[in-house]
Design a protein around this ligand. Structure first.
Ligand SMILES: NC(=O)c1ccc[n+]([C@@H]2O[C@H](COP(=O)([O-])OP(=O)(O)OC[C@H]3O[C@@H](n4cnc5c(N)ncnc54)[C@H](OP(=O)(O)O)[C@@H]3O)[C@@H](O)[C@H]2O)c1
Length: 209
């Protein structure tokens, strides 16, 4: 599958590396493809990955992963042109300083992405755990839960498959409006990791009986 990963920071680099290792074609979208940082990332991945502008990356992709600061999402999507039919994985969290959500309660970043990328099939995923878990998810043989949500069943099935391929247990939380609770869940993870002192080696697991 051809996956455009927009953003080459903590989340983008971790997910791009894992999916390149799984055999997918990764096209990173970066503001500065020639930068030392981005070129070093490509060298360290070593295979199945290249970098272009965000607009070019999105144009040729089956799946687009949004892994930028929330403030960059709208201009990034605008650079992608017509995204009709494409699957967008929205991994962003609309955090302001102090873990305050810039949007929430009656809408969400995920729903806002869907409004900006008209016709695209948006799935919220990978927002509610740390980038370190994306790089190395499994805890003593146990796969963490990755909650996903979206309004398009086939897009969710594709994202669930991609999620499972890199070591998470995907759980379908429902329609895209469930991003309203998955985005605050990310705030809980960050609070536990960094304010409560548990550190980033923590992950959520859904139990069922
Ligand atoms: N860090 C985590 O553990 C984590 C976990 C889950 C979700 N998230 C969410 O995922 C998103 C990315 O987080 P991150 O930690 O990967 O961030 P990051 O390390 O700061 O990387 C974000 C990347 O976005 C790109 N970008 C494009 N336009 C930008 C702009 N105007 N300002 C800043 N960066 C811009 C940059 O790549 P180029 O320089 O190549 O353009 C940058 O490296 C955020 O929305 C965050 O809330 C983070």
């Amino acid at each position: 599958m051809r996956i455009a990963v927009i953003g080459t920071g903590n989340v983008g680099s971790a997910l791009g590396r894992r999916w390149a290792d799984a055999g997918h074609e990764i096209i990173f979208g970066s503001r500065d493809p020639a930068s030392d940082k981005v070129q070093a990332l490509l060298r360290s991945i070593g295979h199945n990955a290249r970098v272009v502008s965000a607009g070019e990356a999105m144009a040729g992709a089956d799946v687009i992963v949004l892994a930028t600061a929330w403030s960059a999402v709208q201009p990034t999507l605008a650079a992608g042109g017509d995204l009709t039919g494409k699957i967008i994985i929205d991994a962003t969290n609309p955090f302001l300083p102090g873990l305050i959500l810039a949007v929430g309660h009656t809408t969400s970043a995920g729903e806002q992405v869907a409004a900006w990328a008209l016709g695209a099939r948006v799935v919220k995923a990978f927002n509610s755990t740390g980038a370190g878990n994306m790089a190395d998810p499994v805890y003593a043989g146990v796969q963490p839960t990755m909650f996903i949500c979206g309004d398009d069943a086939s897009a969710k099935a594709t994202v669930a498959d991609l999620t499972g391929q890199i070591g998470f247990e995907p759980v379908d939380a429902g329609p895209l409006s469930l991003a309203r609770v998955l985005e605050p869940l990310a705030a809980l993870w960050v609070n536990l990791a960094y304010s409560q002192g548990m550190g980033p080696n923590i992950a959520f697991k859904l139990l069922q009986r």
